[in-house]
Write a protein of this length. Structure first.
Length: 266
């Protein structure tokens, strides 16, 4: 079975790292781990991520995308493909449609369907105009692979316009960590938490940066904050367990490993 790394996913789909991270954190996509803890995605994961990216391009917020796809996945079964289901953006909501009906993805409410059969699988109706901050964020996403320095400046410009904009923090922080600039990433995430103190992904990414910088105790505290806000954040349990194990605290390590296993799909 072919498996894809996060870099390959971004290169093939153009999906922002922040959108993929949200789906992983919420359990919508459950990649395996490679020898160096890197995420490995299946073809079915790629289908879900491609769908999420189409909705993201239609200006649907990441949290709404995750909730909608999570509900759809639960209703069809964890391993069922999306074959035969069309997913699209209507205003700020996600609508799904099969051969006989159309419904609002998050609530499950049925919708009247006035669209012709030939309508695109994903598109936006009455799409709200992008803000200047979101335009800079999109520019950063497009520049990240080929021109990382320009991408960094675009993300920083987005944050200067909107200090509470989650996605630029996540993407820029991951870029800084990939480049080995852990201190800068830590400072960036802490700045983000001043605006978004209850965002689990921010605490998780801060913990990863702290761990990469060798600050294990601080990393564990950040993983704990993440788990407090999102008890079903499986990767936070996994990373905390691994850290406790390396520190010789077997009791806490076992507790978090058990939590991680409970949260894995059957």
């Amino acid at each position: 079975m072919t498996l894809y790394t996060m870099r390959e996913v971004q290169a093939l789909l153009g999906i922002p790292r922040s959108v993929a991270a949200r789906l992983i954190a919420d359990g919508v996509v459950t990649p395996s781990r490679g020898a160096r803890r890197e995420y490995l995605f299946t073809f079915q994961d790629m289908v879900m991520l491609r769908t999420a990216n189409s909705l993201h391009e239609a200006q649907i917020p990441s949290r709404s995308i995750s909730r909608a796809l999570s509900r759809l996945k639960a209703s069809r079964g964890q391993e069922a493909p999306l074959t035969g289901v069309r997913i699209r953006a209507i205003g700020n909501e996600v609508a799904t449609r099969d051969a006989v009906r159309q419904w609002q993805a998050e609530s499950g409410q049925l919708l009247m369907d006035f669209e012709p059969e030939e309508a695109a699988a994903v598109h936006s109706i009455h799409q709200a105009p992008a803000t200047e901050a979101s335009a800079w964020f999109q520019a950063g996403c497009e520049l990240e692979a080929a021109a990382p320095d320009e991408a960094e400046q675009a993300y920083r410009r987005a944050l200067s316009l909107d200090g509470g904009y989650l996605e630029p923090y996540l993407n820029l922080g991951c870029m800084l960590c990939d480049a080995g600039h852990f201190g800068e990433a830590i400072a960036l995430y802490r700045c983000g938490l001043a605006h978004l103190p209850r965002e689990p992904l921010m605490h998780f990414n801060l913990a990863v940066a702290l761990e990469d910088d060798g600050l294990q105790a601080e990393a564990l505290a950040s993983y704990a904050h993440c788990i407090e806000l999102a008890p079903e954040f499986a990767d936070a349990h996994f990373n905390a367990a691994r850290l406790y194990e390396s520190m010789g605290d077997d009791m806490r390590a076992i507790r978090h490993f058990n939590a991680y296993r409970r949260l894995q799909p059957p």
